[in-house]
Design a protein around this ligand. Structure first.
Ligand code: ZN
Ligand code: ZN
Length: 210
């Protein structure tokens, strides 16, 4: 694009101002996130505020890409939605972990060997320290939640709004748990619910955005 002032195209990486001596585009670097250097207004409050906003927006877009979120909505809305559904999944998984017997949290059967010969026939069971799948999922989601919250706040969203989305997500998981409790499910149905609910919680926002 040819500049209307100097008649030549500008280098998008350099300051958008014009050098007084040549009348051509300024050769200085613009301030971070801005389009002009400090000599060409980069020190002004509103210019710096706009630059800061641009940096935050870029952060939000980067986070959305990193987390594989929907790019159809505003990146900050996408991050808030991710906070909401991740908080829901974390709360749900926490319930599953709390319901585990202590020995099931870290110990699992890794090998069963049937012996029909020898002095003591029977089944030899090997139990090894292996983190339970619910604990693993819960830890993974918690880590993800911390990351998403950090990115959301880093992209300029108010911490209050991020925490609210987190609380609402957790509340949703609580409501589902209460409903399932009222339904008097069989053990098989409970197992299915434990598996299906976090999946559904995760798809709430992506379904709405699609
Ligand atoms: Zn120009
Ligand atoms: Zn300049």
């Amino acid at each position: 694009m040819t500049c209307a002032t100097c008649g030549t195209p500008h280098n998008p990486d350099k300051c958008n101002g014009h050098a007084k001596s040549t009348g051509k585009q300024c050769t200085a670097w613009p301030i971070k996130g801005g389009r002009v250097c400090i000599k060409h207004g980069g020190k002004a409050g509103q210019v710096r505020a706009a630059a800061e906003k641009r940096i935050q927006e870029a952060e939000a877009v980067k986070a959305v890409v990193t987390f594989g979120l929907s790019r159809e909505v505003d990146p900050r809305d996408a991050l808030l939605e991710e906070v909401h559904r991740t908080a829901g999944a974390v709360a749900w998984l926490h319930e599953q972990v709390q319901a585990l017997r202590t020995e099931d949290v870290v110990w699992g059967v890794t090998e069963e060997v049937t012996k029909d010969a020898g002095e003591f026939p029977g089944v030899d069971t090997t139990r090894a320290a292996k983190v339970n799948v619910w604990v693993e999922l819960w830890q993974r989601e918690r880590l993800h939640l911390v990351k998403v919250c950090k990115e959301a706040i880093g992209s300029g969203l108010e911490e209050r709004r991020v925490r609210l989305a987190e609380q609402q997500g957790a509340m949703l998981a609580g409501v589902i748990k209460a409903i399932l409790g009222d339904l008097d499910l069989t053990p098989e149905q409970q197992t299915t619910a434990a598996r299906v609910v976090p999946f559904r919680l995760r798809s709430v926002a992506s379904g709405a955005a699609a």
